[in-house]
Write a protein of this length. Sequence first.
Length: 366
Amino acid sequence: MSKQPFVPPKLPIKIDYTNLIGHITKAHRAIASLNSLLNHLPNPELLGRTMQTKEAVLSSKIEGTQATLNEVFEYEAEGDKKENSERKKDIHEIINYRYALELGVKSLKTTPLAENLVKKLHSILLRSGRGQNKAPGDFRKTQVYIGKPGADIEDATFIPPPANEIIPLFGNLEKYLNSDEEKDLLVQIAIAHYQFEAIHPFLDGNGRVGRLIISLFLYERELLSHPFLYLSEFFEEHREDYYELLRMVSEKGDWQSWIKFFLTALATQAEATEKTGKDILDLHTKYKEKILDINSAYAMNLLDAIFINPVFGTASIRKDSKIKNTQTLFNLIAKFLEAGIIKDTTPNKKRNKVYAFDELIKLLNK
């Protein structure tokens, strides 16, 4: 018997909250604790850019990219050097993901988390790299299926709904995502994430767009004052469980196991993000005291800038440091080198040198 496309039921669905209370409480507590830290940030950029880059690397890794966090930082510091072309495509996909996240945050000030914004995020994700021929910004017009590379539709692990079902299904999801009909917001986004992945509205990039929507929803609903909670790390570490539990909702209607897994992901990542955030702020405080000896009006500018760009060249650090005078910037970099805050990663080069703030990079790679 040939396999048929799966059309998920319309939302809302009836959820028994009885066995979810403990998981819901734990996730809310962890998110509230993280938000308390975020509310007291002296400068959200100190965490924002690096955390977003880390999320972009991990979310893209689930889809098979190989580039590391360090390689992305180095690429951005050095510009378009002659990279291995596959690695360069990986890096472009990762940077696009971060751009999409940044655009999503800006857009939410004026537009809802709905079809137009989701399509815009998708078009940014796929605008360069491998996705250009995968209809960036448009819902798919053909049937697709999910399976091992090279497998045909008969061996598919999942066959999403036919293309003509996408618009009504997505309209229903959009309405649910922007409604107040679910008792708990975290359960709501758990259900919405499953539904988005089941609809599989795009030819490519559904996983990444689906994970972006989670972060943007938590921010839009004001559970977090900055959108710095990302689940890709947890999903990557529990990749098999993630796909299996999504499949069990489709095949057996097992919402309970999926929602518990999702709430555990939220709690775990909120705790991990809070710890990393505190470590980064402690590092900032430590160096804030250390640069007093440097005795320059611009030392604080450069310190903040290397938290935003932990690998940098003079050209790439200029904008974030807001130091216009080239000689002032060179002198300060020399003083930071002397103080052991940064290191020269290109000692044999006279020009276009690249520097690294290793302590921060180590924290992010933990």
